[in-house]
Write a protein that binds this ligand. Structure first.
Ligand SMILES: Nc1ncnc2c1ncn2[C@@H]1O[C@H](COP(=O)(O)OP(=O)(O)OP(=O)(O)O)[C@@H](O)[C@H]1O
Ligand SMILES: [Mg+2]
Length: 225
């Protein structure tokens, strides 16, 4: 039964990443191209109507501003759906960028330590680490009432370790408590799955009133099982 569940969750995760890539590409290729086209047309219109009333020009300028804003929104969407920074720059700069944005939005101070020797992970593993950090820090912002978080990425022989630590409220992690919830939360379950699908480990240490630390280990060898 459990093996069946795992199989289903893994399938869903893979499908979700594929879907995100597709939507991201569509947003970029279709919508933002179209909006850029409208923008160009409006610019031309402004130039052609030099003899027209000021009011008209002002209106066109307003529309142009709106379109510009829409393009920004689409880019923002596309970045959110698919961590393109991850594709272009690699894991560490992408994580830096994500944390910077999160700090700006939430006020949570995040210290990110990467120990030298962080070696190249395969693409699916980089995505997994990126999503793990994202989910863990989202939980910190959503639930922990923490002022600080520490994220540590380290290479040990044969594996990468990831630690996300907060100084927040902590929570009851006992398995039976998590299971007893009427509507099971998926965040932590999916995080565990992301680590274990590569033969890695996932562990939560939480102390009420002190904070929570999530430990992940992902082996460098091998791919998703
Ligand atoms: N860092 C944390 N500090 C305090 N409580 C936490 C933390 N992380 C998780 N929790 C608690 O564990 C519960 C389960 O977390 P989980 O991520 O699985 O679900 P969720 O965040 O509530 O919903 P979602 O499915 O959107 O992630 C949370 O509802 C919260 O009570
Ligand atoms: Mg969550």
């Amino acid at each position: 039964m459990e093996r069946q569940h795992r199989h289903v969750i893994r399938g869903l995760l893979a499908a979700q990443e594929d879907e995100r890539k597709l939507i991201s590409r569509e947003l970029h290729d279709d919508i933002s191209q179209t909006l850029a086209g409208i923008n160009i047309q409006l610019t031309v219109l402004t130039k052609e109507s030099t003899y027209n009333r000021e009011v008209f020009k002002k209106k066109v300028e307003h529309v142009r501003k709106l379109v510009e804003k829409s393009v920004d929104i689409v880019h923002h969407f596309a970045r959110k759906l698919r961590p393109t920074l991850l594709d272009h720059l690699g894991l560490v700069p992408a994580l830096h960028a994500y944390m910077k944005t999160l700090t700006k939005q939430s006020g949570l101070l995040i210290q990110f330590k990467v120990f030298p020797g962080e070696s190249h992970l395969s693409n699916p593993k980089e995505t997994a680490v990126y999503r793990l950090v994202q989910s863990a820090l989202t939980n910190v912002v959503k639930h922990a009432k923490a002022t600080q978080a520490h994220v540590t990425l380290q290479k040990i022989p044969g594996a990468i370790t990831l630690e996300i630590k907060d100084n927040g409220a902590g929570f009851q992690t006992a398995d039976h408590l998590l299971r007893r919830k009427r509507y099971p939360r998926l965040g932590l379950i999916i995080m565990r799955e992301r680590a274990e699908m590569f033969g890695g480990t996932f562990q939560i240490d939480s102390v009420i009133g002190t904070g929570t630390t999530i430990h992940v280990q992902i082996p460098l060898e091998g791919s998703a099982k």
